[in-house]
Design a protein around this ligand. Structure first.
Ligand code: NAP
Length: 486
């Protein structure tokens, strides 16, 4: 069951008011959702600034975690990480704690919200992978002046997000799914998402599936947004694209979101706590309200969800709006909320509400091993060194060191470009080098002993910080070539 009932049969939802404008937008949303007559038992818990200030480094108390684990559904206001308290964002902590791997962000033109795109037919959903990619947060200073962030993407993670995108398109009666990646440059990470998408697409024959390069996707979104229905993309790309998309329809005040996992769903607006507006009763509650509409559908309250959506569209159609739309003639947050409540049960004439069906979340095995190759081989290793030497001097030194071993230096690259042996490239080198050693026996399988021996010899002359094996799975290379490497 996606949600739990209390003793009176009410649907239990954990609610976190959040920081800044959070309490105002969450109160508005609760009032409207309650006015539909849906019986929700709100369980209030805290997270964010005040919790950090009390000295809890995660910003999320254990009672809040326990409540979400129990209810499985949360409505959340924006959370701040105050400067000087805690290192990690409480928002990211919540998403990761409950493995809410899909971030669903719908973007739709709203009545009377004039933008450059009014009339352009913007009505799309961005499905962003929510836990992997550069947001795994694995970063290192490899030398005092060179930083690295690991972009981790898994076949399992790609399959989960791709399935959510196709299932969401089905549930919302949409026609097209685009997969937006940078697979042309990052063939293994972004390429895995593209490959997975192309493998799964035939299971959804009624949906038009196409791949688009992420930069062109941004360009096309700005030129002709109506061509998009559902866009599935990786974490970092989705973060940027979804903010761009919310800019097409009048800004963050109108951009809702849901963080969906296999067991838990957390609904929240895309926007933050906008502290300068806190307590002023001027901000737009629409983004959290539309997140609340998504929450109602998650609770199988489809009629109530449609009723709130109609009431909101009608309210805007009647020319009732908050300050972010236009300061002149705007109303307060509370007046806007009252007008939406007054419109419950009435329908917008011009704007349609989709006929939503339940979103099917596929179950995945919790076995960490998702792909099992029949064959694997290690062809060599990349040793990452810190050195002030020139490429030529470093290369000659490593050539000499490897002479007495089963490995030979194949090449050295600097920030991905081959610099040894010399290719004539005009590379401005830094002190971090990737030194690629391969077995002299081209078909051999490298054991750990010769690799440790090589590392010991290299470490006697140079400073090293990282080793990566060059693996092949079922005959496919599991590593990229450097720019200029043959
Ligand atoms: P923000 O809070 O989203 O606010 C940026 C601007 O967007 C506001 O100044 C305002 O624009 C507009 N805006 C946002 N929400 C609005 C609403 N409901 N109605 C009308 N206008 C709205 O971004 P930020 O100032 O960068 O971040 C503030 C804090 O929020 C930070 O601590 C950040 O870490 C946190 N944050 C939390 C979340 C989350 O909880 N998921 C997400 C993002 C940021 P104008 O100034 O043009 O009026």
């Amino acid at each position: 069951m996606r949600y739990q009932l209390d003793a009176e049969g009410k649907k239990r939802v954990t609610v976190i008011a959040g920081d800044g404008i959070g309490p105002e937008v969450v109160a508005a949303t609760r009032a409207i959702l309650d006015a539909t007559g849906v019986r929700i038992a709100w369980e209030e818990h805290e997270a964010g600034a005040e919790v950090f200030k009390r000295g809890l480094a995660s910003g999320v108390p254990k009672e809040t975690i326990a409540s979400i684990k129990d209810t499985r559904v949360a409505l959340k206001g924006p959370l701040e990480t105050p400067v000087g308290f805690g290192e990690k964002s409480a928002n990211v902590t919540l998403r990761k704690l409950f493995e809410t791997f899909a971030n669903v962000r719908p973007v739709r033109e709203m009545p009377n919200v004039k933008t450059r795109y009014s009339g352009a037919g913007v009505d799309l959903v961005i499905v962003r992978e929510n836990v992997e990619d550069l947001y795994a947060g694995i970063e290192h200073m490899q030398t005092p002046g060179v930083a690295q962030c690991l972009k981790i993407m898994s076949r399992k993670g790609c399959e989960k997000i791709v399935r959510v995108a196709f299932e969401l398109a089905r549930a919302e009666g949409r026609k097209r799914v685009h997969c937006a990646t940078k697979a042309n440059i990052m063939k293994f990470t972004e390429g895995l998402l593209k490959k997975t998408f192309e493998e799964i697409a035939p299971e959804y024959p009624e949906l038009e599936a196409s791949h688009i390069i992420i930069d062109n996707c941004a360009h096309q979104l700005v030129r002709t947004p109506s061509q998009f229905d559902v866009i599935v993309t990786s974490n970092m790309n989705g973060d940027i694209l979804s903010d761009l998309a919310s800019g097409l329809i009048g800004g963050l005040g109108f951009a809702p979101g849901a963080n969906l996992g296999a067991d838990i769903a957390i609904f929240e607006a895309v926007h933050g706590s906008a502290p300068k507006y806190a307590g002023k009763n001027v901000i737009n509650p629409t983004a959290v309200l539309l997140s609340g509409v998504m929450l109602l559908r998650h609770l199988d309250e489809f009629a109530a969800a449609a009723s709130v959506e109609h009431a909101l569209l009608l309210t805007l159609e009647q020319g009732v709006y908050t300050r972010d739309v236009r300061p002149e003639g705007s109303v307060s947050t509370t007046t806007f909320t009252e007008r939406v409540i007054a419109n419950l049960g009435r329908k917008s004439e011009q704007f349609q509400v989709r006929d939503y069906r339940p979103l099917l979340m596929r179950e995945f095995s919790s076995d960490p091993v998702f792909v099992r190759p029949e064959r694997r081989r290690t062809a060599g290793a990349d040793l990452f060194l810190e050195s002030p030497l020139s490429p030529g001097d470093l290369g000659r030194s490593l050539d000499q060191i490897a002479e007495a071993t089963p490995l030979r230096l194949k090449m050295i690259s600097n920030r991905g470009t081959k610099v040894y042996s010399d290719t004539g490239a005009m590379t401005d080198c830094v002190d971090q080098w990737r030194c690629r050693f391969v077995l002299r026996d081209g078909d051999g399988d490298l054991d750990d002993a010769p690799l440790f021996d090589l590392l010991r010899r290299v470490a006697a002359a140079h400073r090293w910080m990282h080793v990566e094996k060059l693996q092949e799975f079922d005959g496919q290379l599991g590593y990229s070539r450097a720019q200029g490497e043959d």
